[in-house]
Design a protein around this ligand. Structure first.
Ligand code: CA
Length: 227
């Protein structure tokens, strides 16, 4: 996955690039609107992080020209202003999502994952994840079991996705922390326990035969009980 960062605050751009590199993404940077547009038009990017206020061409105009060229690349706009009119202007210009600075790294990464998934969704017709009687929809964060469904929060979704993608494995608290909260997060084991308990409550509500089993001293895994 290749991400373009168009941001004139060089330190912030570098921080974003480092954050994305640590998650395994390739990230390129540019610091003004005109260079940004040239790079964005190259068509090699899966996602663009776009600052609203840029020297040269501003973010809104850049986005309009990009969309005008027929590009449908997902764009996450970043702005220092939380002004509603800015937000509307950004979305009108063709932004897929909006983040107001300052934002938490985890919030940004969640948006990045969401937008990249959405991009993939155009190619794949069915990316629903399944385990036992459960279906997890990456587009809506809905967890379904038969007729019942619940919407998961981002963290709950990320945890559930990890469990389903690694159905036969035991995942340690450390793995869950690193994958869901990030390596440099200040979250602790306790956070994992809290979110596991949220998920268990939702599984009970759904009357699913899938349980999150605690493996003492090791971690957690999914278990499908015989109905
Ligand atoms: Ca700026």
């Amino acid at each position: 996955m290749r991400i373009l960062i168009i941001e004139d605050e060089k330190r912030l751009a570098q921080t974003l690039a480092d954050l994305l590199h640590r998650q395994g993404y390739t990230a390129d940077m540019c610091h003004d609107g005109n260079t940004g547009l040239d790079n964005a038009l190259s068509g090699i990017y899966d996602l663009i992080l776009l600052d609203a206020m840029l020297p040269g061409l501003d973010g809104f105009s850049l986005l309009q020209q990009l969309r005008g060229s027929g590009s449908a690349v997902p764009v996450l706009m970043l702005t220092a202003r939380s002004d509603v009119s800015d937000r509307v202007r950004g979305l009108d210009s063709g932004a897929d999502y909006y983040l107001t600075k300052p934002f938490e790294p985890q919030e940004l990464l969640a948006c990045v994952r969401l937008l990249l998934r959405r991009g993939e969704g155009e190619v794949r017709t069915d990316d629903t994840l399944r385990c036992g009687d459960l279906q997890l929809d990456p587009g809506t964060f809905l967890l379904r079991c038969g007729e019942r469904s619940v919407r998961l929060s981002r963290k709950e979704y990320d945890l559930m996705e990890l469990f389903i993608r690694n159905q036969k494995q035991i995942l340690t608290k450390e793995q869950l922390l690193n994958r869901v909260w990030g390596y440099d997060s200040e979250a602790e084991d306790n956070n994992v326990e809290v979110y596991i308990s949220f998920l268990r409550r939702k599984l009970t509500h759904l009357h699913s035969t899938v349980k999150i089993k605690t493996v003492r001293m090791v971690g957690y895994c999914l278990e499908v009980e015989n109905p």
